[in-house]
Design a protein around this ligand. Structure first.
Ligand code: GDP
Length: 294
């Protein structure tokens, strides 16, 4: 994960640490390298600009430059600003005090929506919840089957009404959950190859009907800034509460993970880190920054 970025930043940090005293020029040089490394990692241009400006502003004071270990101080500032960039604290899902909690998963085709519906259900089940997976992706018959197979693997019930209208399926699933004593409803909606009005219209209709407690957007980290653009569109059109960033296990760059909160204001709540059904973890900005900075 993020090997490219990590290696480059660690080289810069090594040089910083090896210097006893730092001048303003040393900091400027290091920040030039940090800027290059972030841009190569496909971090959003404006995010990089703001990030470097903040780190520089905090680093070029007498307090830092004249401290005992100025290199360490600068590295600490980079760490703190990177954590802040990703949202600071870990963001939890909003569990309703009145069950069922309704979670709506949205995203483009192939991002990992169906898989992450199952991963989320599996994780919540381990936490003592009783989830229900709902098949609202009616356009791809294989998607319904896929959800049923995944549900079977994790022993979580799947609600489906075949190719019926998705709003009707979503509403019926809430009644089903209530009657079965299931406390979290996870709705797998349809994806498309691209964002279009029809997709957004359908998602808005489902949102209006079921009033979800949480709309989570599933995006593929490996698509870099495209993932950030997708998040911006979904947030603008539909309004999302958080992001599930998938395929971080295969992401050598890290641009999407580092940019999306700053660009959209929406936090990453979960990270997908593999194909297996337990390969999901809450997203902790501080742990992520430590992974990158070493
Ligand atoms: P959907 O079209 O958005 O529902 O996408 P799927 O859930 O069908 O996932 C598309 C592909 O991505 C499948 O082959 C998944 O196994 C794979 N996938 C999903 N999440 C991850 C992840 O976090 N890591 C890896 N390596 N593969 C993933």
């Amino acid at each position: 994960m993020f090997q490219g970025l990590s290696e480059k930043l660690q080289e810069t940090f090594k040089r910083l640490k090896s210097k006893g005293k730092l001048t303003e020029a040393d900091v400027n040089e290091a920040m030039r390298e940090v800027r290059m490394a972030l841009l190569e990692a496909d971090v959003n241009f404006k995010v990089v600009k703001d990030f470097v400006a903040k780190v520089k502003e905090r680093s070029i004071g007498q307090e830092v430059l004249e401290s005992l270990s100025p290199g360490q101080q600068v590295i600490k500032i980079v760490n703190e600003e990177m954590v802040a960039l990703m949202g600071g604290v870990s963001s939890k899902i909003n569990i309703s005090s009145k069950p069922p909690t309704v979670i709506m998963l949205v995203g483009l085709q192939g991002a990992g929506k169906t898989t992450h519906g199952a991963k989320l259900a599996n994780m919540l089940k381990k936490q003592g919840k009783h989830p229900l997976l709902v098949a609202c992706d009616i356009y791809r018959p294989a998607a319904i089957k896929q959800l049923e197979v995944l549900g079977d693997q994790i022993k979580v019930p799947v609600f489906s009404l075949g190719q019926e209208n998705p709003v009707k399926i979503a509403l019926a699933s809430l009644e089903h959950a209530l009657s079965q004593g299931l406390d979290v409803v996870i709705i797998d909606t349809a994806g498309r190859l691209h964002i279009n009005e029809e997709l957004m219209g359908e998602l808005k209709d489902i949102k209006a009907a079921v009033k979800p407690h949480e709309i989570l957007l599933v995006v593929d980290a490996m698509t870099g800034q495209d993932a950030v653009n997708v998040a911006e569109s979904f947030h603008g059109d539909l309004g999302i509460d958080g992001i599930i960033m998938t395929k971080l296990d295969g992401d050598t760059r890290g641009g999407a993970a580092l940019s999306v909160k700053a660009v959209t204001g929406c936090p990453i709540k979960f990270a997908g880190i593999g194909e297996k059904l337990d390969a999901i973890e809450p997203f902790f900005p501080d742990r992520m920054a430590s992974r990158i900075l070493g």
